[in-house]
Write a protein that binds this ligand. Structure first.
Ligand SMILES: [Zn+2]
Length: 348
């Protein structure tokens, strides 16, 4: 039965064969898990058990060429469809930018991860496939979370948006914790990240147009952008490097609770944003090699970038660079500067 709808249990292949649209449908697995295809690349699962305490969203391929997370999610979906993995909680899996995956590019027209929280409809840019997809993804996430409103016994909402970075990193894996508007950070989330082999966490200081900030701010989800290493083509990822995150995600969706090590701050490298450097003119250029790793730091005073007459230099001890990209539109962020920080004062 399942194979009539999803050949070879391969929802990613079915979605890539229909990258713009896939008819919604719903069916049951033998183990009574309800499967609902919302759209191409978007599939929801509701297990039959009555003890569901989490509504989990896993997303990948928001940037089309970030293949390792796409392979991890495709495998997870296949194992659920084949009933070799039994869910404990509700799960929505999102394969973000299918046309970009087919083109083996980060994006077709626009960075999908700058279009959430309504940014898909702001400004005077023409409608493009990424803008339509961002709006659709917001609507599907709302639909998934709204199906569960139960004020007497609310479920934990979780969203992990899985990426790989363009450049290497001093810390191979790291997570971005969206701005919480002064609310405390969650200890159990740091513990789960550690189980995933992610012990570098960047704490954001302002609202953002990212998917993870949208889920956190709009839906109250425990939400992260998780960077799992460097971008490589399909089939060229060393999946052994991802064994802990693969296993922890499987545990997350299939066990009542994931067994984790108690939080100890010294196990983590924690950073907060000190400032953002925005590109102001076409003359913007970075003053370091293109393969410099994320979280690299330089002595105070080092010239980092020039932008016509403007010089951007290291301003404080320990300040490190992250996500440098000279190739952004004018007015957009070309680099973030981060400094070491602590969370223990404001943690629950
Ligand atoms: Zn990405």
């Amino acid at each position: 039965m399942v194979e009539n709808v999803i050949p070879q249990y391969d929802f990613l292949a079915l979605s890539l064969a229909n990258p713009v649209q896939l008819a919604a449908q719903k069916f049951l697995l033998t183990n009574q898990t309800e499967v609902e295809i919302y759209d191409t690349g978007i599939i929801a699962f509701q297990p039959a058990n009555s003890n569901i305490t989490k509504d989990i969203v896993l997303s990948c391929g928001i940037h089309g060429n970030e293949t390792a997370p796409i392979e991890i999610c495709a495998e997870l979906v296949r194992d659920i469809l084949q009933e070799t993995l039994t869910l404990q909680h509700r799960l929505l899996v999102i394969f973000g930018n299918l046309p970009a995956m087919l083109a083996e590019k980060r994006e077709i027209t626009e960075n999908l991860n700058r279009l959430f929280s309504g940014h898909h409809s702001l400004g005077d840019a023409a409608i493009n496939p990424e803008r339509l997809r961002a709006k659709a993804i917001e609507d599907y996430v709302s639909q998934f979370y709204q199906n569960t409103v139960n004020s007497a016994n609310p479920r934990q909402r979780i969203l992990y948006d899985l990426h790989t970075a363009i450049r290497g990193s001093r810390f191979e894996k790291f997570a971005v914790y969206p701005y919480l508007h002064g609310k405390p950070w969650h200890k159990d989330q740091f513990e789960f990240l550690q189980a995933c082999d992610v012990t570098t966490v960047l704490l954001m200081h302002t609202p953002a147009s990212t998917f993870s900030y949208y889920a956190s701010n709009t839906h109250g989800a425990d939400s992260f952008t998780i960077e799992l290493g460097k971008v490589r083509p399909f089939g060229q990822n060393d999946m052994a490097r991802f064994s802990k995150v693969r296993q922890s995600l499987r545990d997350l969706v299939s066990l009542p609770e994931v067994a984790t090590k108690p939080f100890v701050e010294s196990d983590f490298a924690l950073y907060q944003v000190s400032r953002a450097i925005n590109k102001q003119t076409e003359a913007f250029s970075l003053n370091f090699a293109s393969d410099v790793e994320n979280f690299t730091s330089y002595p105070v005073g080092t010239l980092l970038a020039t932008d016509s007459e403007i010089e951007h230099r290291v301003e404080q001890e320990g300040e490190a660079i992250i996500f440098p990209n000279a190739n952004v539109a004018i007015g957009q962020r070309s680099m973030l500067m981060v400094v070491p920080t602590t969370v223990s004062q404001h943690l629950i």
